[in-house]
Design a protein around this ligand. Structure first.
Ligand SMILES: Nc1ncnc2c1ncn2[C@@H]1O[C@H](COP(=O)(O)OP(=O)(O)O)[C@@H](O)[C@H]1O
Ligand SMILES: [Mg+2]
Length: 246
């Protein structure tokens, strides 16, 4: 599963803020058709890692490669162009707009001077069906939908805009049990489509259900990387807390 050139590869990525070292010589590999979970305590560097990969933070040193080619992201659009789609916790959906418009935000197709509504609705519906996202109408305002539906629409939009490497920051933090299960099923489907998925989560149940590998961050460093099938919750928690040191 982890053979071949990684879809995404970080080597010795370091990012400091004044005296704080948010990322300290961090390595990471993510492969197409794989889910990598990133876990760690508060302040471990998970969000900084996601921000470095998505072009929000520029690393002080180290390298980021996509499909083996070195990248130097100056801004988030550079990462998106390289196929990296990030769904941050705030989702960045516009609540007063409908599902179809949100799916095409920033890339609204035109027909003459007007937005091509029919096309947006048709393509949104087809794509959401393909991803098995249940929304009764793509004309529904996003603000009227459940947290789970919003999360899934944000992921669908990330894929629609060409994301092959999908970063999810705490995708189920605000969801109930049933919605978490639906989102988990969708995320598994995103992997099956051949994308590389990186998921930051505190939910150990979800991590062990979904992830192929688990990378533990602690105090800005990589505390360990494990194949999910070859580790246990106790070991992962030990790496998170520092009671297990490699
Ligand atoms: N923009 C920033 N300015 C200053 N310090 C930051 C910034 N972003 C992150 N940090 C610091 O970097 C460390 C790692 O934070 P973060 O990546 O948010 O961890 P996590 O997401 O695992 O909780 C923390 O000590 C945090 O305070
Ligand atoms: Mg965080």
């Amino acid at each position: 599963m982890t053979a071949g050139t990684p879809a995404l590869e970080l080597r010795a990525v370091t990012k400091t803020f004044g005296h704080v070292t948010a990322l300290d010589q961090v390595d990471l590999e993510a492969h197409a058709g794989e889910i990598l979970a990133v876990v760690g305590d508060n302040g471990a560097g998970k969000s900084s890692l996601i921000r470095a990969i998505s072009g929000v933070y520029r690393p002080d040193s180290g390298s980021i490669k996509v499909d083996g080619a070195e990248m130097h992201f100056q801004m988030p659009t550079d990462a998106r162009t390289a196929g990296i789609a990030t769904v941050f916790q705030d989702l960045a959906l516009v609540e007063v707009l409908d599902v179809a418009t949100n799916m095409f935000l920033g890339q609204i197709p035109r027909r003459g001077p007007f937005a091509d509504r029919k096309r947006m609705e048709r393509e949104s519906r087809a794509f959401l069906d393909e991803l098995k996202v249940t929304v009764s109408s793509v004309r529904s305002e996003v603000g009227m939908l459940s947290g789970g539906q919003r999360q899934m629409i944000a992921i669908a939009r990330a894929l629609r805009t060409g994301g092959r490497i999908v970063l999810l920051d705490e995708p189920t933090a605000a969801l109930g049990v049933r919605e978490t299960a639906q989102a988990a099923e969708m995320i598994a489907g995103v992997k099956e489509r051949g994308n590389a998925v990186i998921i930051v989560s505190h939910d150990m149940g979800l991590v062990f259900e979904l992830a192929d590998r688990i990378q533990v961050m602690r105090l800005g460093r990589v505390a360990g990387v494990r194949a999910t099938a070859e580790t246990s919750r106790d070991e992962i928690i030990g790496l998170i807390t520092g009671s297990i040191v490699e």
